[in-house]
Design a protein around this ligand. Structure first.
Ligand SMILES: Cc1cc2nc3c(=O)[nH]c(=O)nc-3n(C[C@H](O)[C@H](O)[C@H](O)COP(=O)(O)O)c2cc1C
Ligand code: SF4
Length: 683
């Protein structure tokens, strides 16, 4: 119960008593005690509430309270969707407000209602403005900073606005981005820098282009950039203003005369030339290595001390031949762990799904149980690569994922990854011991994994030892369903057979695939088609997974039918998208989730165009239907024969036999060879 609730209760009781007392109710001896007692309770709770409010009120200027601006102070302003820029801004605030003998305030762009007035006030008070800003799709800022950037761009090009309008303002920019977006890399940070500079503001430090691409960033990710930048910031802020930047001499090599840096190169300021590609890269000294030392921090935030440790461990180097970086940076690790992932080594993860928990309680399983007989409480969901090459709008990870177009990270061996996943899975299952409602028999079964879904998040076939990992799973009598995102055709070709190979077919046209998957590859469509063709030649059981997103891809039935012909899969799973909540980085809402009837209508229309496919099964709870390719099905109408086939097959192969049900189709499959195509029977 909160203090406010106490207050309400005490207040109501007191009011009631006062009315009772003055209303002429019959007086008793106990009123002498109760009225003063309730008054006392009321006073105590009121004071507690006031103290609590006072204590919890943010010290920063992100509250609506107007703080008078002092001259020469520092204003930190940030825009953020996924939280990275906010984290760096908050760490800077925590550190500077302790170390600096000047007023430091922090503000979200959301609270900058009048950008013009905001900038003029900062300039008038000769403040230093620290801007933390990311770049999003097609070089756009986060929504909160949209008006700010628009104002800056207009002011910078408006001939009526003086070019010295912000000359009393000093600024530094920390841009968050990902170099995998090529020419759009940190475009917003660069644009803010250009506009502020054109309006006469003085650059305190070159704009930092922090790179999320851990494989390319010489500091191993944004945290490394931040650690470096923040130590430079500290010394720059401590330098008396009179010693600041003079870029009038063309040969000046002063740090602040460079417009941008992403650690491996920095670029000389040239106000007449705004085309970054034209500018000459120059190596900048990194001698000023210094880790920060902020001790306290918000729970969501990795403080500068953590960064210091991280820097020591990752030992950034300028030589491209340095050891490969770890895929998961401390910031990504923290975010994924918060979402319930157990991380294994530096690039793999495992998580317990809600259906596992449901089956442990004796309730229903997921659609894989209905479709293929997979018992959810004996199924492990894992991935050997948390990274993928997409930023799908419906991603479960809320985009806290590493991304990459090729494997360039430190690699853990397949044994470590598999054993790590199994150990962590069992640990999570074990936490259900003694939990009310959990069935002991199910719990015991759960301690023997029978199935592995390599589909958690990321792109499992990016992992260089994926074939070895699959072999280990099969040797432990664990069957495997692997889902790939249709961007790596060569890896599909070299993949050894798994029990069931899925390809995500998230859209049927180039335009909608770009909108839904937001792929990193420029030739994403060609890769997508090549993956589907590669599937056809795999000679193993294959599945298309269609995720329907209303308003994005539900109208493309004709085109989907063509894609099905390309890959000729054994099964097609059609599923309505699951809404994972508002992630900020995606515009998806509940309105994009199709109703089950809409999924059924889509499937019927698809079947009309694909006569060889039949609806084999349905799982309404998961908003999902299964279509089976009937051409591959041997129509044998004998239950007896089916049993004999299973037994005989077992005798001949001397390997474990898996029997899968897909609606009224039964499949008999050797786990070892992972190929059940020839053994399909229709009852
Ligand atoms: C959908 C999406 C699109 C992105 N587009 C770009 C881009 O065009 N250029 C870039 O440099 N970074 C891009 N990024 C990377 C983000 O800028 C990076 O993740 C940044 O750290 C996000 O900052 P925030 O957590 O403060 O929102 C994109 C990220 C997402 C999720
Ligand atoms: S491919 Fe998977 S992990 Fe990658 S963004 Fe899409 S849904 Fe997320």
């Amino acid at each position: 119960m909160t203090v406010d609730l106490y207050l309400l209760t005490a207040g109501s009781a007191l009011t009631g008593l006062i009315f009772y007392y003055f209303g002429g109710a019959e007086w008793t001896f106990w009123h002498l005690f109760t009225v003063p007692l309730f008054t006392l309770v009321f006073v105590i709770f009121s004071s507690l509430s006031v103290i609590k409010r006072f204590k919890s009120s943010p010290k920063s200027a992100s509250s609506k309270k107007i703080i008078p601006l002092e001259n020469n102070g520092v204003t930190i302003v940030f825009g953020s969707v996924k939280g990275n820029s906010r984290t760096f801004a908050q760490s800077t605030y925590d550190k500077l407000s302790k170390d600096l003998n000047r007023q430091v305030i922090i503000q979200d762009f959301n609270d900058v209602t009048d950008p013009e007035e905001f900038l003029q006030t900062q300039a008038k008070n000769q403040r230093t403005l620290l801007v933390f800003i990311p770049t999003y799709e097609d070089a756009t800022p986060p929504p909160s900073a949209k008006w700010f950037l628009l104002h800056l761009q207009e002011a910078a090009t408006d001939f009526r606005v003086s070019k010295g309008e912000l000359e009393k303002l000093t600024y530094a920019i920390f841009g968050c981005g990902n170099s995998l977006y090529f020419e759009n890399f940190n475009k917003v940070g660069k644009e803010v820098d250009r506009c502020l500079s054109e309006l006469g503001a003085k650059r305190l430090l070159p704009t930092e282009l922090a790179d999320e691409n851990t494989a390319k960033s010489i500091y191993g990710g944004q945290e490394g950039h931040y650690s470096k930048w923040s130590s430079k910031l500290k010394s720059a802020l401590e330098t008396p203003k009179t010693e600041k930047c003079d870029c009038s001499n063309d040969t000046s090599t002063t740090t602040c005369c460079k417009t941008v840096t992403n650690g491996d190169h920095s670029i000389k300021n040239d106000d007449n030339n705004n085309d970054d590609d034209e500018e000459e890269p120059r190596i900048e000294s990194d001698d000023d290595d210094e880790a920060g030392g902020c001790k306290d921090g918000n729970d969501d935030i990795i403080d500068l001390e953590d960064m210091g440790e991280y820097m020591e461990n990752s030992s950034p180097t300028k030589t491209p031949k340095g050891p490969p970086k770890e895929m998961v940076t401390p910031l990504i690790r923290k975010s994924l762990e918060k979402q319930g992932y157990k991380l294994i080594g530096s690039h793999s993860g495992v998580k317990l799904c809600r259906w596992t928990k449901s089956m442990l309680r004796g309730r229903g399983g997921c659609y894989k149980h209905t479709f293929y007989g997979i018992e959810s409480h004996r199924c492990m969901e894992t991935t050997p690569s948390l990274a993928c090459a997409n930023k799908c709008v419906f991603c479960w990870r809320h985009h806290s994922n590493p991304v990459g177009t090729s494997w360039q990270w430190k690699t853990d061996d397949a044994k470590t990854v598999t054993q790590g996943a199994i150990d962590n899975h069992y640990k999570m299952i074990n936490t259900f011991k003694g939990v009310p409602g959990v069935l002991p028999a199910r719990l015991a079964e759960g301690m023997k994994i029978r199935h592995c879904a390599l589909s958690l998040v990321g792109e499992p076939i990016m992992y260089p030892h994926i074939n070895e990992l699959i072999e280990i799973l099969h040797s432990k009598q664990i069957s495997s369903f692997l889902v790939t995102n249709a961007q790596f055709p060569d890896e599909i070709k070299t993949l050894q057979p798994v029990t069931q190979l899925y390809v995500s077919v998230d859209a049927a046209t180039k335009e909608s695939l770009k909108k839904i998957d937001r792929p990193l590859f420029r030739d994403f469509w060609e890769r997508f088609l090549a993956c589907l063709r590669a599937l056809k030649d795999k000679g193993q059981r294959t599945v298309y997974r269609l995720t329907l997103v209303k308003g994005f891809n539900t109208e493309e039935i004709e085109q989907y039918a063509k894609l099905v012909e390309l890959g000729d899969p054994d099964f097609i799973e059609v599923k309505g998208v699951t809404y994972c909540g508002d992630s900020g980085a995606s515009s998806l809402t509940m309105a994009n989730v199709p109703w089950h009837e809409e999924v059924v209508t889509f499937v019927q229309a698809l079947c009309e165009r694909l006569p060889q496919y039949e609806v084999a099964c349905e799982h309404e709870h998961s908003n999902c239907l299964l279509l089976a390719n009937t051409v591959d099905v041997i129509n044998i109408h004998s239950m007896e024969l089916k049993v004999i086939v299973v037994w005989k097959l077992h005798q001949v192969l001397h390997v474990q036999i898996n029997v899968f049900f897909a609606g009224d189709i039964i499949q008999i499959q050797s786990v070892h060879h992972g190929n059940g195509k020839q053994m399909m029977l229709k009852l």
